[in-house]
Design a protein around this ligand. Structure first.
Ligand SMILES: Cc1cc2nc3c(=O)[nH]c(=O)nc-3n(C[C@H](O)[C@H](O)[C@H](O)COP(=O)(O)OP(=O)(O)OC[C@H]3O[C@@H](n4cnc5c(N)ncnc54)[C@H](O)[C@@H]3O)c2cc1C
Length: 107
């Protein structure tokens, strides 16, 4: 099948992942982003299993994992600091990946 240039609207996480995937298949792509490239945010993203599997498939995980904090679970505590519950975000031993916390600009 022949593709011309694929127009990708927005340079968010899914668009950039798609752009990488298209690049790997030698498909021309152009990204159109509304915001200026020097817009910064202070926030970091917590990336868990499905996101990391997708990024592994496009060869991004190996690069991004050097720029991260990794963790496995979040916990909920009451005002006395007693553990109420915990939630597993990732676990490299069980699922192949810990959860990663990465700044958006790094991504
Ligand atoms: C405060 C906050 C915290 C979050 N924390 C997490 C987290 O820790 N972990 C996690 O997995 N997810 C988190 N999310 C969700 C995550 O940010 C989104 O799921 C993800 O960014 C969606 O990616 P996307 O590529 O679909 O869209 P977006 O990342 O929203 O990207 C869309 C892009 O398209 C651009 N755009 C829009 N309209 C146009 C147009 N007409 N022309 C050109 N460009 C356009 C926008 O400027 C933007 O850059 C958080 C979201 C918020 C708001």
């Amino acid at each position: 099948m022949h593709f011309g240039t694929v127009a990708i609207i927005g340079a968010g996480l899914s668009s950039l992942s798609l752009a990488l995937f298209l690049k790997q298949h030698n498909i021309q792509r152009t990204i159109y982003e509304l915001r200026s490239p020097n817009v910064t945010t202070a926030s970091a993203l917590m990336l868990s299993l499905n996101a990391l599997r997708s990024w592994d498939a496009v060869g991004l995980y190996g690069r991004i994992k050097m720029e991260r904090w990794h963790f496995r679970a979040g916990s909920f505590r009451n005002s006395q600091h007693e553990l109420i519950d915990s939630y597993e975000f990732g676990n490299v031993d069980k699922y192949g990946y810990d959860c990663l916390r990465v700044y958006r600009q790094v991504i």
